[in-house]
Design a protein around this ligand. Structure first.
Ligand code: THU
Length: 126
């Protein structure tokens, strides 16, 4: 699967975002080491702190299907800025694959790529 195909899946997933509060729809597609892909969107809640980001939705879907090793995640939002993962999602993803690639899009078809360990060095672990 190409980066663009993975990002296309993230974009599709963003259409399911439940975002009545922020109106900021995000989609993610995580590629596992076995080549399978799981998608997710952000799911907000009236208790705002209970909101779940798109990246964590995708990751939890994968882990709950027995996947624990990831190659890439694509993150899409129709936004002005690159949609980079929040700090909680960085820590959450790094639990499983700190060296995974993180593709971050913005409005249009452009994206940037980072290594997760560059975005989130020195993760908490014990
Ligand atoms: N959000 C994500 O889903 N992923 C990110 O990388 C950044 C933020 C969501 C959380 C909330 O529903 C909305 O975007 C605005 O913060």
């Amino acid at each position: 699967m190409t980066d663009r195909e993975l990002m296309g899946m993230a974009r599709e997933a963003s259409y399911n975002a439940y975002v009545p509060y922020s109106r900021f729809a995000v989609g993610a597609a995580i590629e596992c080491s076995d080549g399978s892909v799981y998608t997710g969107c952000n799911v907000e809640n009236a208790a705002l702190g209970s909101t779940i980001c798109a990246e964590r939705t995708a990751c939890v879907k994968a882990v709950s299907e027995g996947k624990r090793s990831f190659k890439r995640i694509a993150i899409y939002a129709d936004s002005e800025n690159w949609c980079t993962p929040c700090g909680s999602c960085r820590q959450f993803l790094a639990e499983f694959s700190p060296e995974m690639e993180v593709l971050c899009a913005k409005a249009g078809s452009r994206y940037v790529s980072y290594k997760l360990s560059d975005l989130m060095p020195h993760i908490f672990n014990y």
